[in-house]
Design a protein. Structure first.
Length: 172
C-alpha cells in the first residue's frame, strides 16, 4: 500500500502557496498557459484537507493545443514538478507533482479550456467555495470515509470520486 492519506486542518498559507504557484506557472510557461485555478480542499477556507495545493493550468482549446500541452509540460517539469500517471477521472489532463521530502506538496492538472475535467473541476470548486453547507457535508463525509478506510489512498480516492460524481450529476 502507498503511504496513508494524511489530512490536516486548513492552513491559511495554502492560498499564498497557490498564488506563488500560479505566478510561477504563468511566468514560466511562455504564454502557453493562460489560466490557473486553485481547486481541491486546500482552496476552501476552513476545510480539512490533504496538504497538497491542487491547481488547474489551462491552455487554449485551439489548433495549437497539443503543442501547448507538450511545451507546457516540459516547462512545468523545469519548475521541479514530476509527471505522474493520470487517473481515469482526469483522462484529458497531464498530472505533475512537486514533492518536498518525498510527499507531494503541489499538484498541477494541465488541461485545455473546454475539457470535461476543466468544466467539472471548476464547477465543484465553485460549489464547495460558495455553499458552506455543501462543503461541511463533503468534509464530514471525507473525514468519516478516511477514518473507516484507515487512510488507504485508493479507498479515499474512490470515496471522494463517488461524492463528486453525485455532485456533477445533480449540478443542473
Amino acid at each position: 500500500m502507498d503511504s496513508p492519506v494524511r489530512l490536516m486542518h486548513y492552513d491559511p498559507r495554502w492560498k499564498q502557496e497557490f498564488l506563488q504557484t500560479r505566478s510561477g506557472l504563468l511566468h514560466s510557461c511562455d504564454g502557453w498557459v493562460n489560466e490557473v485555478h486553485h481547486i481541491g480542499s486546500t482552496a476552501v477556507s476552513g476545510m480539512i484537507a490533504q496538504p497538497i495545493v491542487d491547481v488547474i493550468a489551462v491552455v487554449k482549446d485551439d489548433a495549437e493545443r497539443e503543442q501547448a500541452l507538450a511545451e507546457s509540460t516540459v516547462l512545468i517539469e523545469g519548475m521541479f514538478f514530476r509527471r505522474q500517471e493520470t487517473p481515469m477521472w482526469a483522462a484529458e489532463t497531464i498530472v505533475l507533482e512537486k514533492p518536498r521530502g518525498g510527499e507531494p506538496t503541489h499538484r498541477v492538472f494541465l488541461t485545455y479550456a473546454g475539457s470535461p475535467f476543466y468544466h467539472s473541476s471548476l464547477m465543484i470548486a465553485e460549489r464547495l467555495q460558495d455553499d458552506r453547507e455543501l462543503s461541511l457535508r463533503f468534509e464530514t463525509t471525507k473525514v468519516d470515509r478516511w477514518r473507516q478506510g484507515e487512510g488507504d489512498p485508493a479507498r479515499y480516492a474512490a470515496d471522494k470520486a463517488v461524492f463528486f460524481a453525485h455532485l456533477i450529476e445533480h449540478s443542473d
